[in-house]
Design a protein around this ligand. Structure first.
Ligand code: HEM
Length: 160
């Protein structure tokens, strides 16, 4: 990632922590209004019960903050990335879905942060999101491949 983007991510991390839940709730609102069929991916959360949906927004907000706080030390994220990737494989998420969710997340950051979300801040978060998305896409491709080869069973590896 561009060093100036890393600086922006680190300096906006506390704000993202403070407003994280509001941002992710807004993100799901935008996503489900633009792509109502995306709700169906969230079998254990949005399709299940309001409390579970809220918990999903909280988990996503925590994950985004954890990423921002460790943007210059990504090795620390290996454990959480493996866990989240299994949640994604269990719900059949593929690379294309990251583009849709990324656009909704940036729109939500813009809505919630208002004037603080300058073009530079939004550009840095867009770069950071797609950097993280690439990490997930690669780990998930590997899990799908292992599953196809009979070396891995997501039903045993992840219980929603
Ligand atoms: C960088 C981007 C993303 C991050 C940081 C992220 C983070 C998370 C986290 C923290 C969880 C909860 C895992 C658990 O506690 O078991 C999760 C689950 C999930 N995520 Fe993501 N996610 C991302 C992208 C996506 C995308 C693009 C989709 C596509 C729709 C998606 C759909 C889901 C679904 C369906 C679940 C499981 C919810 C359920 O079982 O109801 N995520 N994600």
């Amino acid at each position: 990632m561009n060093p100036s983007s890393i600086g922006i991510i680190k300096s906006t991390a506390p704000l993202i922590k403070e407003k994280g839940f509001e941002i992710t709730m807004r993100m799901y609102e935008i996503a489900f209004s633009e792509r109502p069929e995306y709700r169906r991916f969230f079998v254990n959360t949005w399709m299940s019960a309001p409390e579970a949906a809220k918990s999903q927004a909280e988990r996503l907000a925590s994950a985004i903050y954890l990423y921002a706080a460790n943007i210059d030390n990504l090795g620390k994220l290996d454990g959480p990335v493996q866990h989240i990737a299994k949640a994604h494989v269990a719900t059949n998420i593929v690379a294309e879905n990251y583009v849709v969710i990324g656009e909704c997340l940036i729109a939500a950051i813009k809505d919630v942060l208002g004037d603080t979300a300058t073009p530079e801040v939004l550009a840095a978060w867009t770069e950071a999101y797609f950097n993280l998305a690439d990490i997930f896409i690669s780990v998930e491709k590997d899990l799908y491949k292992k599953e196809d080869e009979g070396l891995f069973d997501i039903k045993k590896a992840y219980v929603g």
